[in-house]
Design a protein around this ligand. Structure first.
Ligand code: NAP
Length: 341
């Protein structure tokens, strides 16, 4: 059987370009080994983290970089076509990490992305399959863990969320708002600011393309913030450190500003000492055991129509490079997905 796979053709220099990738036709083995599952992928998750694996070297301690000619990996949802693994039948919908290809042969005990995406059967009776990549998947878990476990969100906290119109940010912002907090969101365009205020109902929102980020934050939260949910790093983190109240927390989910461009770090780290701040990073894959708790909360908001699960959908595996470029360039809203087949 023939399949197409998206491979790394060369390491990007600076911003990713579509010719950094190559779509290749490969032959998928007809015979499955014991424990193997043949899956036809239907949805791919397009995540900023893929950018950190495209260079010749990656951040220390993170997932290893792809080599030239490697097929990209990433979270995906698909349908089981054939199975020699116990508990998986043709027609099942599964989550796994062998995205960026039409068909995947997955081992039942195969790899994960630092704990995320071990092959799992999904119940799609109530929510659409792609929601297990977004609101009910890794994006939802990152938002939930960042607020709950890392940020230790408590009553009365004022929260700032950066990249608030994105997959993780839009969920974190809404969860905090639905729990009754004053929530400020920042993003990269006037249209997205409108989305935050009018569609997500945030208390305040601003465009970070402003001469003084700290001023914009002070305007949105005049009495300071208690929790900064950081998706961006760099000058955003610097503004947060100035504006956090005593005993405040930073939950560091990511630093997207530095994935394609070199950024200068915060110049005010002493604020962490001066104000007894806690700054803590995390990877959601280490908190997979909380998926059930997250799905109970987020699933109930979705059921009641109280949470907007925005998606930007690209069609076809051939559109995956454009999806990556658009997502990193701020031209997508909510969860960025690629629909196959
Ligand atoms: N820790 C974990 O386990 C975990 C898991 C998933 C994701 N993450 C991290 O969470 C963050 C958000 O991920 P996501 O999947 O939700 O992506 P996303 O927010 O949907 O997409 C990335 C967004 O980042 C913004 N951005 C790009 N360059 C920027 C810059 N220089 N300054 C400010 N904003 C910039 C853009 O939106 P604008 O229009 O707003 O600029 C872009 O759309 C990323 O840092 C990601 O690495 C962490």
């Amino acid at each position: 059987m023939q399949s197409r796979e998206l491979k790394l053709a060369r390491h990007p220099r600076g911003k990713v370009r579509s010719d950094d990738f190559a779509l290749e036709v490969v032959t998928v083995p007809e015979e499955l080994g014991p424990g193997d599952i043949l899956v036809r992928n239907s949805w791919l998750s397009i995540d900023p983290s893929v950018r950190m694996r495209l260079g010749p070297t990656g951040p220390a301690g993170y997932l290893p970089p792809f080599r030239i000619g490697d097929t990209l990996a990433g979270l995906a949802v698909g349908e089981v076509i054939r199975s020699r693994a116990n508990g998986f039948e043709p027609g099942d919908t599964v989550l796994h990490i062998n995205g960026f290809r039409d068909f995947a042969v997955i081992r039942e005990d195969g790899d994960t992305l630092a704990g995320a995406g071990g092959v799992t059967k999904l119940d799609t009776s109530e929510h659409p399959p792609q929601s297990y990549l977004g609101a009910l998947g890794s994006s939802g878990l990152t938002a939930y863990v960042g607020l709950q476990c890392i940020g230790e969100l408590t009553g009365g906290d004022v929260v700032w969320i950066s990249s608030a119109a994105g997959a993780v940010g839009s969920l974190a912002a809404q969860i905090a708002r639905l729990r009754g907090h004053y929530v400020v969101g920042s993003t990269g365009s006037a249209e997205k600011v409108r989305f935050l205020s009018e569609e997500l109902g945030l208390d305040a929102a601003f465009d970070y393309h402003t001469p003084d980020l700290a001023d914009a934050l002070a305007g949105a939260a005049p009495d300071g913030i208690d929790l900064y949910f950081d998706n961006v790093g760099g000058t955003h983190l610097q503004a947060a450190l100035y504006h956090l109240r005593r005993g405040g927390r930073v939950a560091m989910a990511g630093a997207v500003a530095s994935y394609e461009t070199e950024v200068t770090g915060p110049n005010n780290l002493f604020q962490i000492v001066a104000k007894n701040l806690t700054v803590k990073g995390f990877r959601a894959g280490a908190y997979d055991h909380l998926l059930g708790d997250m799905r109970a909360e987020v699933g109930s908001y979705l059921r009641d129509g109280r949470l907007v699960a925005a998606e930007t959908v690209f069609d076809g595996l051939e559109s995956a490079p454009d999806a990556i470029i658009a997502m990193l360039g701020g031209r997508t809203v909510g969860k960025t997905l690629c629909r196959l087949g």
